[in-house]
Write a protein that binds this ligand. Structure first.
Ligand SMILES: [Zn+2]
Length: 169
């Protein structure tokens, strides 16, 4: 996907050129890998083994605050009758490092604000997963703390790492 920090979610059936401009992508086609590129934003991968559907989400601050995870889960339930969805939260920036300004803090619930000015994006993602009863695996890695990962906050100009999911036939 051509990621734009939105909550747009597209369903795809084949490799698209150019890739769709969105931050969430869903497919039920076999052997079609979905990728999220990130450096601090959270990649969230979803799958339902029974319904054979997978999704990849780019959930940074804008996506998490815009409920992109909940929106994707609703699509999986509505369009694919998914009811055993599982999730993976790949490494992203933790509330240990993600300091934001007052204009952003004013828009979020107090429970997502740590130590007065640090935003807990992963808390938002977990709450959206839990609301749908999704069991998930959390890597528990902060990209800003851990030098093995690219971090926009730590490095400024930096690379991206890719998180991929696909269903086998
Ligand atoms: Zn950190």
């Amino acid at each position: 996907m051509d990621q734009i920090h939105s909550t747009r979610i597209e369903y795809v059936q084949s490799l698209a050129t150019p890739p769709p401009r969105c931050d969430g992508i869903i497919t039920d086609r076999p052997n079609l890998p979905l990728a999220v590129m990130s450096a601090d934003c959270y990649p969230v991968l979803l799958f339902d083994e029974k319904r054979k559907v997978v999704a990849a989400l780019h959930a940074g601050r804008a996506g998490a605050m815009g409920q992109i995870v909940a929106q994707a889960l609703q699509r999986l339930v509505d369009d694919f009758k998914a009811h055993q969805i599982r999730g993976i939260i790949a490494p992203g920036i933790g509330s240990c490092c993600y300091e934001v300004g007052p204009e952003i803090l004013a828009q979020v619930e107090a429970k997502y604000i740590k130590r007065d000015r640090f935003l807990d994006i992963k808390g938002m993602i977990k709450d959206q997963l839990s609301y749908f009863g999704v069991q998930y695996y959390d890597y528990g890695i902060c990209t800003c703390c851990n030098p093995n990962y690219y971090s926009y906050r730590r490095e400024g100009r930096t690379g991206r790492f890719a998180s991929l999911i696909w269903r086998s036939a």
